[in-house]
Design a protein around this ligand. Structure first.
Ligand code: GRF
Length: 191
């Protein structure tokens, strides 16, 4: 899994019993600590070693390094959960259709890093979350699951995001398990 933040979605995926072989982060973050606590291998591929967060960031070289880390492992899927670096096409060429993402809006509405704030600013009464197969275009790609979440008049970005994340913590593991099941049909048990 790829993560950058507090890792609450990652934790939900682990708690649901999804077999996770490695957690890779682009910066030191709580998600890496949670993975370590769960006994999962962690990789910190720090953006600061690739030019940081400004214009000097070498996205191609970062993607190449990340793809190298993942390609050496026998992975069925790559699941992003709040991963804060946009990757180039290279990773999609190595894992075509095998990279999943969860996004805190009903895509195609409100793509991008500020989806929750954008939904609030637009005054919508319903937003939600979308689990989709990732493509080189950010927050696009075939939708695998979507669920609505109400917006309340007194919501802040924090309260609304937490309400959305409560749904993501169920919907994302369920969808990952469904996709894994479709990739590897379970053999019927013999009597
Ligand atoms: C989730 O809302 C995810 O959709 C978004 O970042 C958030 C990650 O939350 N891309 P957490 O760090 O797992 O709590």
């Amino acid at each position: 899994m790829l993560a950058s933040g507090t890792g609450s979605i990652l934790k939900a995926v682990l708690d649901a019993g999804v077999p996770v072989s490695v957690v890779l982060a682009d910066r030191p973050c709580r998600a890496l600590e949670l993975a370590s606590l769960a006994g999962v291998e962690t990789v910190l591929l720090d953006r600061r070693d690739f030019g940081g967060f400004g214009a000097g960031f070498d996205r191609a070289r970062y993607t190449e390094a990340l793809t190298g880390e993942l390609a050496g492992r026998d992975l069925d899927l790559v699941a992003m959960a709040g991963f804060g670096t946009v990757l180039t096409e290279q990773v999609h060429e190595v894992f075509p259709g095998r990279i999943l993402n969860t996004h805190p809006s009903l895509l195609p509405a409100f793509p991008g890093w500020h989806a929750v704030a954008d939904a609030l600013a637009a005054g919508v009464r319903t937003t939600g979350c979308t689990v989709h197969a990732a493509t080189p275009e950010v927050d696009a790609g075939p939708v695998l699951a979507r669920e609505e979440v109400p917006v309340y008049p007194d919501d802040t970005e924090e309260t609304l995001h937490e309400r959305i994340k409560q749904v993501e913590r169920r919907l994302y593991p369920d969808t990952i398990l469904r996709v894994l099941g479709e990739l590897e049909p379970v053999e019927p048990t013999r009597a």
